[in-house]
Design a protein around this ligand. Structure first.
Ligand SMILES: [Fe+2]
Length: 310
């Protein structure tokens, strides 16, 4: 069902994601090794990209690891539009959950996942220098030695996207497109994986993987280059972190990727060179593996270890 005018954008970006985890000290060490800056805030653990004052991850203590909420920013002047769409869809506004900050509008999506909608602009990603490349027939870099500059900045710039498990991808897609104004970018095997965009920009900021029950699959952070991804993977190895999946280039979205398993059976990703879409983008349904090259994903990649919700 469409509760917005055709083509009306509401969500502008993914703001942060929040997990409940059994031990905040373990979460703190893991997120620091990954390359984020952490801080304590009202009993929660907050993580952000260095040089970008926007919360990107929130961890609150709980008995099991589970998704706590996802948070999006709304486009300027769209708050009334989203209120009206929610009302027409029969989606009530709820109280903010314990462990979250109270700002914005709070709702539950069809899976019962708590969603924060913030009437604010996202903070710009930390600026990084342009990287000149010599590829294809293009020659952008002449007279300078790339290797001497590449190690200067390899840390995450911004949270780009998160993918959730859902047992009802069609209903979830209908809610996030028809009520909150996201758009389908592409799907794999009908609804095995669904990628959603917020208008011109990243190919996807959000999406779903079909599963038996709701859960958090992964979150992904942009780093300045493919080299930054590989150096990040080296850093995780040096710190004794378990091997993940990558380096590779994805099919859908085309981004370079490397995933590390997090301490709770879900995943965290670095990406670079993701497809940028425009208003003319046409979604397709693809029968392809998730990677264009590189090793196939580990067997556990699509395991949803999150406990079933009551
Ligand atoms: Fe991803």
């Amino acid at each position: 069902m469409q509760f917005l005018a055709e083509g009306e954008d509401v969500i502008s970006a993914l703001h942060h994601y929040a997990l409940e985890v059994p031990d905040l000290a373990i979460a703190d060490a893991f997120l620091q090794d990954f390359g984020l800056e952490t801080a304590e805030k009202d009993g929660a653990l907050i993580a952000a990209c260095a040089g970008r004052p926007q919360e990107q991850v929130r961890m609150v203590e709980g008995p099991d690891k589970r998704l706590h909420h996802v948070s999006f920013t709304l486009g300027a002047g769209t708050l009334d539009t989203v209120r009206e769409a929610l009302e027409r869809a029969g989606t009530p506004v709820i109280e903010f959950p314990a462990g979250a900050d109270e700002n914005g509008l709070w709702v539950r999506d069809p899976d019962g996942t708590v969603v924060q909608l913030l009437d604010t602009e996202p903070t710009p990603p930390r600026s990084v220098p342009e990287i000149l490349i010599n590829s294809g027939s293009g020659r952008q870099r002449i007279g300078s030695a790339l290797w001497r500059d590449l190690t200067a900045d390899v840390m995450p710039r911004r949270l780009g996207h998160t993918l959730l498990f859902t047992p009802q991808p069609a209903r979830m897609t209908a809610f996030y497109t028809g009520v909150l104004g996201l758009h389908v970018s592409d799907t794999i095997h009908h609804d095995l994986v669904t990628f959603l965009n917020a208008g011109p920009g990243d190919h996807h900021i959000f999406g779903f993987i079909s599963s038996t029950h709701p859960g958090f699959h992964h979150a992904s952070f942009e780093v300045p280059s493919i080299d930054a991804i590989a150096m990040g993977a080296d850093r995780m190895r040096t710190k004794g972190r378990a091997a993940g999946w990558g380096l590779g280039r994805h099919t859908i979205g085309s981004n370079f990727f490397h995933y590390n398993p997090d301490p709770w059976g879900s995943w965290i990703e670095w990406f670079s060179d993701i497809d940028q879409i425009d208003d003319c983008w046409v979604a397709g349904d693809w029968d392809v593996p998730p990677h264009l090259w590189g090793a196939p994903p580990p067997q556990t990649f699509l395991s949803n270890l999150e406990p079933q919700r009551p």
